[in-house]
Design a protein around this ligand. Structure first.
Ligand code: APR
Ligand code: ZN
Length: 363
């Protein structure tokens, strides 16, 4: 018997979120039924909602969540009813060349999960897709076990859902992907929910100089609280890259683009140290866009790369939850709004206007 659950359904790109009762099939082999406790509104959900990344509708969006297992499908032994879990966009099959390589946090399956697959949700017999195999804008959802991590059950659901995507993407970019060393210089472009986590990651790594860049001057105070040693509003300096080269004494060791703008990606690349500087693309650029550079800027040894989900594997999530509980990282100041399922549309409007850092739906 399918379960009737409340979910925020989107019937087409840019159509309103409609909270309605949908049918959810029970878990099959290798899956669990979970109750969603909290779910964050992430920029990537917005990209899918606006049709900027291809997706099939009607859909239940949402991928950043903290949940409790309520039923295990056949053969599931790693999880039990009552476990607290966080889903992650990168599964861990454990068998593929990616899973077995220390060179990446990816799994070949991660690519497949970015395309619609058979969903467990339906409405009046018609399927509703689960965004990237998750679909957490619902009271309950069914998830494959290779894409969830069990976390300690004394951590509050709000705000650890944020560790399922945004927080880990930023913290991990500095700590797992770049592996920023003590004493380094770091520049972070874009001080939103991702960039501020790169800032706190760089601070944890012991970076000496952390320069935060944002066109919104209101980001200065929070960036400084999170560890930025300088703040630059790019519109207030004449030549941004030369200014940053000077500020870092010849180019930063690490830079991170956390906005998704190809032009800023190029600036971030150009203000790295010419011999060993590395620039990370973290923000998602619109599909079809391109980045370019002067070959001479690569010649001396600069690196231009990127990371997906902060270079983190699923197995890292429990540790990041520990960091939050042990107060090594601050997530509370970043969760600026708590919403009901009915307010998801409003939440995305606030995101677009730059009024929120992270909005979390509390179910
Ligand atoms: N230069 C500097 N800062 C800018 C610029 C610019 N040209 N344009 C925008 N910003 C700032 C905004 O003022 C904002 O503070 O970038 C920040 C972006 O933050 P958010 O909108 O909160 O976005 P966030 O959730 O951090 O995600 C950033 O990463 O995961 C991807 O899809 C996501 O592409 C998005 C990016
Ligand atoms: Zn996300």
């Amino acid at each position: 018997m399918p379960l009737n659950v409340r979910a925020a359904v989107v019937h087409g790109p840019n159509q309103p979120f409609v909270v309605e009762e949908v049918q959810l099939e029970g878990p099959r082999a290798g899956e669990v039924l979970v109750q969603v406790k909290t779910t964050g509104l992430c920029h990537s959900d917005l990209h899918a909602y606006e049709g900027k990344v291809p997706w099939q509708f009607p859909a239940i969006l949402g991928h950043e969540a903290a949940c409790v297992v309520v039923e295990c499908g056949p053969g599931v032994t790693q999880f039990k009813v009552g476990d607290h879990i966080i889903p992650f966009l990168i599964p861990h099959c454990g068998k593929c060349a990616y899973c077995q390589s220390p060179k990446t946090n990816l799994c070949v399956e991660a690519f497949a999960r970015l395309r619609p697959r058979e969903s467990r949700f339906s409405l009046g017999g018609k399927p509703i897709t689960q965004l990237w195999g998750l679909g957490t804008f619902a009271e309950y959802t069914v998830l494959p076990v290779d894409t969830i991590a069990k976390v300690r059950d004394d951590a509050p659901f709000d705000p650890i859902c944020y560790i399922g995507c945004g927080a880990t993407t930023g913290l991990g970019a500095a700590l797992f992907a770049a592996k920023v060393e003590r004493g380094s210089s770091v520049i972070v472009f874009g001080l939103g929910g991702i960039g501020l986590n790169v800032v706190q990651g760089a601070r944890l790594a012991g970076a000496k100089t952390i320069i935060g860049i944002d066109t919104n001057p209101e980001k200065e105070s929070i960036a400084r609280r999170f560890g930025a040693t300088e703040f630059v509003d790019p519109r207030k300096v004449e030549k941004l890259t030369s200014h940053l080269m000077k500020l870092t004494g010849g180019g930063a060791d690490y830079t991170f683009e956390c906005i998704g703008l190809p032009l800023v990606m190029r600036q971030a690349f150009e203000c790295t140290n010419p011999a060993w500087g590395t620039s990370y693309v973290v923000g998602v650029a619109p599909s079809g866009s391109e980045v370019s550079a002067i070959p001479g800027n690569l010649m001396m040894g600069r690196h231009w790369t990127g990371c997906y989900m902060g270079g983190a594997r699923l197995s890292r999530l429990p540790e990041i939850v520990d960091w939050y509980v042990d107060k090594k990282i601050d997530l509370d100041s970043l969760v600026t709004h708590r919403l009901k399922l009915e307010q998801i549309g409003e939440g995305f409007e606030m995101m677009k206007r730059g009024e929120s850092i992270r909005s979390v739906v509390v179910l």
